[in-house]
Design a protein around this ligand. Structure first.
Ligand code: ASP
Length: 312
């Protein structure tokens, strides 16, 4: 999976160049560049808020078929796309989320509308689609989703009679490797934190299954007093451990920083449920951290306006 930690937002002009890089869907090098280019515009000039930054990053990644979100979403047991997404604002804990939606190009934008234009936090399936119509969000055609890779991946999972993470079963450096769920967290110069997570979920999942991504406290969390978190992996493990909120609580109650809370979180998840996956964290002071129990988790960050970092 890919995760982005951004600090400050600005210069959307560069973002259109990012799109071109990201759709090359070839090597890890291209992904590294994408991470750098996506994060770069968001540092230095305080023109955009953390919330705008995470929404913009998530939107870009949803628009790229290499990731398991938006147009590149994995398929469920019926061969259908059902996407989950959430966004959270650390200023006042406001949150918006959608689950089991289809034909929506950018579920993260719909989640943001749930947050700002409805009195609810989470809308699902048909109800979420009705809300999309109400807000004038257009439907993407079926052929916008369903890439050949995704159909092949589902067939493979069906043959093995299993559900799997998008990036399961691919060789470390394979050109066919999958990049998974996407997430972005940010802190802006005013000290506001925000988080966004978007996914197609797990390959061959049951119809109607909802993962952690749209659940505040599990797949996403942001509180200006503590940190912002975005998670990826087997959603059931994150829901059961309420992992994003648990990490925030480590900071709130034990006065940990991002690195300490991330380590404590990954150990807790491994010990309690043998959880598979990871998360990215940015704390109230702008320290960035990531940890995972899977073989890898692609992520990049810029800490306090410094260098761009990318890890695979
Ligand atoms: N967490 C997502 C889910 O369970 C999947 C993933 O992150 O790859 O739906």
């Amino acid at each position: 999976m890919i995760f982005i930690v951004v600090l400050v937002a600005q210069v959307l002009g560069i973002v259109s160049a990012v799109d071109a890089v990201m759709t090359t869907r070839t090597s890890q090098g291209a992904i590294a560049w994408a991470v750098c280019l996506v994060t770069f515009p968001y540092i230095a000039v305080p023109a955009y808020s953390a919330l705008q930054a995470v929404e913009a990053c998530a939107t870009l990644l949803e628009d790229d078929p290499v990731f398991n979100a938006g147009c590149g979403s994995v398929l469920n047991e019926d061969g259908k796309v059902e996407m989950d997404a959430a966004i959270m604002d650390g200023r006042d804990l406001s949150a918006g989320a959608v689950a089991a939606v289809d034909n929506i190009a950018n579920p993260i934008q719909l989640a943001r509308l749930v947050m700002t234009e409805s009195e609810h936090v989470l809308l699902i399936a048909e109800g979420a689609m009705r809300f999309a119509d109400h807000c004038g969000v257009g439907r993407a055609p079926e052929n916008y989703f369903y890439t050949a890779d995704r159909i092949e991946q589902l067939n493979e999972a069906r043959l093995k009679h299993k559900i799997m993470l998008d990036h399961d079963g691919t060789e470390e450096d394979s050109e066919d490797q999958k990049y998974g769920t996407i997430g972005a967290i940010a802190r802006d110069p005013a000290g506001n934190l925000a988080a966004a997570t978007s996914t197609g979920g797990i390959v061959n999942k049951r119809m109607g299954r909802v993962g952690d991504s749209p659940i505040p406290g599990a797949g996403v969390y942001a509180d200006n007093e503590t940190c912002a978190v975005s998670s990826t992996g087997y959603g059931e493990d994150f829901i059961r451990t309420v992992i994003a909120k648990t990490i925030s609580d480590f900071i709130y109650m034990k006065d940990m920083n991002a690195a300490q809370a991330t380590q404590a979180g990954v150990q807790y998840m491994a010990r309690k449920v043998c959880g598979r996956g990871g998360f990215i964290v940015i704390d109230r002071d702008g320290n960035c951290s990531a940890a995972y129990t899977t073989k890898k988790m692609i992520h990049g960050w810029i800490e306090n306006g410094g260098e761009t970092n990318v890890r695979f």
